[in-house]
Design a protein around this ligand. Sequence first.
Ligand code: ATP
Length: 199
Amino acid sequence: MLKVGITGNIGSGKTTGCKVFEVLGIPVFYADEAAKKVMIEDDVLIDAIKAAFGNEAYYEDGSLNRKHIGGIVFNDKQRLEELNALVHPAVFRAFDVWVEEQADAPYVLKEAAILFESGSYKKCDRSILVAAPLDIRIDRVMKRDGVTADEVKSREARQYPQEKKMELADDIIINDDSELVIPQMLKLHELYLSLANNK
Ligand code: ATP
């Protein structure tokens, strides 16, 4: 199965872009949602999180105590990396299981905000970056989330710069209002169909 990773910095429009591929019949795996799911469903991961962050990491009903974990990792890069090192392999496992279930699809997409930062692009055959200038992305997120420009900038600062991702990505979708995005996506769709056929 051809696996295409899709990413983009905050407000770039990657989730919106994925909806277009879904309309074309391409299944999309949303890694952030999967991470939330495995943290409450994958028993091996749950035990590892409790061992590293204490039993208080979970409430008695099995839901995640985000406040407890957030309080530990928010300003501690090392502990955040420790948490990520536990969660990422569980998300990879969930992705592999999910891919097996998509046998009828010509190819699949994996949407991940940290596709490049986590190294997970290396497990994909191809990668797409959805890109737009920072000022446009700030405006979009301020409108979408009702937050300030500074809040968007601080979230942006935690990601690799968009320029670095442009170098790493195989394919780029420009979503800056100057170019129509759907034709760009259709072109990539054709490319992936032919790559999938030759795989
Ligand atoms: P995040 O990383 O913050 O989750 P994202 O990359 O998934 O963001 P989206 O949520 O898809 O981005 O898009 C951000 C906002 O910008 C949304 O409200 C979306 O509707 C809007 N948007 C996306 N593309 C465009 C566009 N071409 N023109 C106008 N608005 C757009």
